[in-house]
Write a protein that binds this ligand. Sequence first.
Ligand SMILES: [Zn+2]
Ligand SMILES: [Zn+2]
Length: 158
Amino acid sequence: MTIVNQRSVCACGASGTHVHGVLLARFFCHCTICQSLYKRPWADVMVFRPGAITVSDPNRLAFRRYRSLPALNRGVCSACGSPVVALTPGPSASGLGFMPAGTFENPGELPPPTHHIFYDRRVADVDDALPKIHGYWRSELAVGSLVVRGLLAARKLS
Ligand SMILES: [Zn+2]
Ligand SMILES: [Zn+2]
């Protein structure tokens, strides 16, 4: 289990966060929303509780809700359009916050991703030893079980 205590900053430097909390999961997401939002074949995503994420200046973020699943509120920098944070809708006590791993100031200190999800939607093959999860529900389930494991580990700690 890893406790992250780092700042993140968007591509242009105008928007950022401070994250201080238990890392629940880190994976590569190949879904089509991530492809278009990140303008890359996949996204490197880290999951935290929303309470662990403090947005430096919320006024700088533009929130977009994509109609197709997963229905996250995706906050992008209003200056450069790059993703800063994505939050599950509803009360934050039961929610999750998703962060692009590439925005963290010290990426070398972060544990590596463990899975590829939505691999059936990939536009590029990846040649590594990580599990590759195909399909919407299998991908959601994989993230869900990673998160539950992370929450249980965090609970044991406190
Ligand atoms: Zn920016
Ligand atoms: Zn995705």
